[in-house]
Design a protein around this ligand. Structure first.
Ligand code: UDP
Length: 330
């Protein structure tokens, strides 16, 4: 039986596919390649198609023997989601509902869903545990929360088993340097900082230095993409062994400011990275730092790349070796 990985040609999806293949899993990837890259897949069967198309999704389940689903497929840009909320609802929510309906129809038992720290919104204290209130400050987080709720109700009605994983700031690249982060446009801090180090951008803009944090810039919890990948495999095993439905944060429990990330990147690359101050980006909460105790105790998750410099180093190796990413301009 196969695991269907929706959005498996994207950044976190492709690292998870690699991890699952290492464990001998049979993988089917469904991706429309709008954001994902064929070259990011080192194995598995790719079926190109649009998950917003209900018939396409139903056919996947009718044609293949699918044991479980990992759903990564989503638009992910916080800033864009504030400008174009309906784009996010039409994609992130609709395609996930199609998957849930098809799973219920086919009696597919297991779902691992890719969610986000953006579901929490502007929290006052950290570390954030899974029982903190969820009040998103942007439509991206809101669409992920909407799907989380749909999953919980579907589980109750149709017996679906699920693990929801709320990622903090996914970063880094596979240690082989064969796959890594390549978004078009790129909006994430670490790849933008490294592109500025490579001279591919004139500078890195710091979005706001008047936040209520020690140096005034936003604080985030950066977590290595391979550690996220490991958690998806463990989540699947958790469900296979008949354990309970759950929602788990995935972060390192350490917060770094935008300025600290830039300083660490300068040390790792040995290069001076030009920076400039810019206004706050709408929708950005001041600080998001995870408690991942539940993932550790329930799933047995053990991050391997917890150190920020190590995370940035793996990303740097990818960017140096692939200055144009996968090269398939999007
Ligand atoms: N950020 C920044 N300049 C950039 C991109 C991001 O100052 O060019 C900041 C952003 O405001 C946030 C942090 O870096 O506080 C991490 O942003 P990213 O988009 O990487 O992830 P997010 O936390 O939004 O998921």
């Amino acid at each position: 039986m196969a695991i269907l990985v929706c959005g498996g040609a994207g950044y976190i999806g492709s690292h998870t596919v690699w991890e699952l293949l290492d464990h001998g899993e049979e993988i089917i990837v469904a991706d429309n390649l709008e954001k994902g890259h064929k070259a990011a897949l080192q194995g598995g069967k790719l079926i190109k198609g649009d998950l917003r198309d209900k018939e396409f999704v139903r056919k996947l389940f009718r044609k293949h023997d699918i044991e479980g689903v990992i759903n990564f497929a989503a638009y992910i840009e916080v800033g864009e989601s504030v400008q174009l909320p309906m784009k996010y609802y039409h994609n992130n929510v609709v395609l996930s509902l199609n998957i849930l309906e098809a799973m219920a129809e086919a009696h597919t038992p297991y779902l691992v869903f890719s969610s986000t720290a953006a579901t929490y919104g502007a929290v006052e204290t950290s570390p954030i545990t899974e029982d903190f209130p969820t009040i998103p400050t942007n439509p991206y987080g809101e669409t992920k929360l909407t799907v989380e709720k749909a999953i919980k109700w579907t589980a109750q009605a149709h017996g679906l088993k699920y693990v929801i994983l709320r990622y903090f700031n996914a970063s880094g690249a596979h240690p082989s340097s064969k796959i890594g982060e390549d978004h078009h446009p790129e909006t994430h801090l670490i790849p933008l900082v490294l592109q500025a180090a490579l001279g591919k951008r004139p500078s890195i803009k710091i979005f706001g230095n008047d936040y209520p944090t020690p140096d005034g810039t936003c604080i985030r919890d950066y977590i290595h993409v391979c550690d996220l990948a490991q958690a998806h495999y463990l989540a699947l095993q958790h469900l296979r062994s008949g354990k309970e439905n759950t929602t788990c944060n995935l972060g390192n429990g350490l917060g770094f400011s935008v300025k600290e990330v830039i300083e660490t990147a300068e040390k790792v690359t040995g290069l001076k990275i030009p920076q400039e101050m810019a206004p706050r980006r709408p929708g950005d909460p001041p600080a998001l730092v995870a408690s991942s105790d539940r993932a550790k105790s329930l799933l047995g998750w053990k991050p391997k790349y917890a150190d920020l410099a190590t995370i940035i180093e793996t990303a740097w190796n990818w960017h140096k070796n692939h200055p144009n990413g996968y090269g398939d301009k999007k």
